[in-house]
Design a binder for this molecule. Structure first.
Ligand SMILES: Nc1ncnc2c1ncn2[C@@H]1O[C@H](COP(=O)(O)OP(=O)(O)OP(=O)(O)O)[C@@H](O)[C@H]1O
Ligand SMILES: [Mg+2]
Length: 254
C-alpha cells in the first residue's frame, strides 16, 4: 500500500485523510465529554492519542466507531460521513476498533476466533488461511496456541489475539485502545513490535496509549487530549521533545 499514490502533475499530493474528525462534541446520555475535537489520520500514518485518565481518549474512539452519540461536528471515514451509521456497518466499512479489555470468544480456539473474526467477509478458505498466516507472522507467540481456547491464553496473548482479530479483516483504519494495559514490559515490547510491523506494511493506525513515550516513538504524529479537548498536537518528534505542554498531561511514559 503506497501512501503517495495520488499525484498532481509532478508534485506528489499528501496522503489523503482516512479519518477526519471535525469539531466534535460527544458524550454519554446528553452530557458532553468531548468538546470541539478535531483530528485527522492520513493513509499509512500511525497517530498517537495521548492523555491522562478520564481525558476522553476512549470516548473519542467510541464516538468514531458509532458506539456513542455525536452531538455536534462531523466524522468522515474514507470520504463518507459516519454520523448515524450503526457500529456494525462502520466496522464493515473497514474501521476496526480494539477496545480496552479484550473481546474474544473465550470458549473458542484461537484458530476459530480468527476465522470468526472474518465472519461476513465472504473470503475463500484459502484467503482466510492466508490472512491467518499473515496475522501469525505479526504475532508469532500465537502460532503454538492455535488449538487452545482463547480464554486460556495469557493476558498478553489475548491482547495479541484481539489485535489479530482486527488485522485479519484488513481494516482501512485500526483503532487500538491502550493495548499495553496490564501487560508485562516484555509483552508490551512484543505488542509494539507488532504495531511497528503493521505500520511498515502500510497500515493506518490510531493508537490510544498511556505510555506516551512508547506511543510517540512508534507514531508519526500525535494529539494530546485533556478534559475532553485537544490540548496539543504535532509530529511525534515535536511532542516527544516538548517538556511542557504535552508531558504535563501525560500520566506515564514508556
Ligand atoms: N459509560 C460512561 N457513562 C458516563 N460517563 C462516562 C462513561 N465512560 C466514561 N465516562 C466519563 O467520560 C470521561 C472520559 O472518559 P474516557 O473513558 O473517555 O477517558 P480515557 O481518556 O479513556 O481514560 P482512561 O485512560 O482511564 O481510559 C470521564 O469523565 C468518564 O468519567
Ligand atoms: Mg480509556
Amino acid at each position: 500500500m503506497s501512501s503517495l499514490v495520488e499525484t498532481a502533475g509532478d508534485v506528489a499530493a499528501p496522503p489523503e485523510a482516512v479519518l477526519q474528525v471535525d469539531g466534535v462534541d460527544a458524550g454519554y446520555g446528553s452530557v458532553p465529554v468531548l468538546r470541539d475535537v478535531s483530528i485527522t489520520v492520513r493513509r499509512g500514518e500511525t497517530v498517537a492519542l495521548l492523555g491522562s485518565n478520564g481525558a476522553g481518549k476512549s470516548t473519542l474512539l467510541r464516538a468514531i466507531s458509532g458506539l456513542i452519540p455525536v452531538f455536534a461536528g462531523s466524522i468522515t471515514f474514507e470520504g463518507r460521513p459516519l454520523q448515524g451509521v450503526p457500529p456494525q456497518k462502520i466496522a464493515r466499512r473497514g474501521l476496526a476498533h480494539v477496545p480496552e479489555g479484550r473481546r474474544l470468544f473465550g470458549k473458542q480456539t484461537v484458530q476459530d476466533n480468527l476465522v470468526l473474526g472474518m465472519y461476513g467477509t465472504k473470503l475463500s478458505r484459502a484467503e482466510e488461511q492466508e490472512r491467518i498466516g499473515r496475522a501469525l507472522d505479526i504475532f508469532p507467540a500465537l502460532k503454538t496456541r492455535l488449538a487452545d481456547y482463547a480464554g486460556l491464553l495469557s493476558g498478553g496473548q489475548q491482547q495479541m489475539l484481539a489485535i489479530a482479530l482486527a488485522l485479519v479483516r484488513r481494516p482501512d483504519l485500526l483503532m487500538l485502545d491502550e493495548p499495553s494495559l496490564g501487560l508485562a514490559p516484555v509483552i508490551i515490547d512484543e505488542v509494539f513490535a507488532a504495531l511497528a510491523q503493521v505500520s511498515r506494511e502500510g497500515g493506518t493506525v490510531l493508537l490510544v496509549e498511556q505510555l506516551a513515550e512508547r506511543a510517540l516513538r512508534l507514531a508519526d504524529r500525535g494529539y494530546v487530549i485533556a478534559h475532553g479537548r485537544i490540548a496539543a498536537s504535532g509530529s511525534a518528534a515535536d511532542l516527544l521533545s516538548s517538556t511542557d505542554l504535552a508531558l504535563a498531561y501525560l500520566g506515564g511514559t514508556g
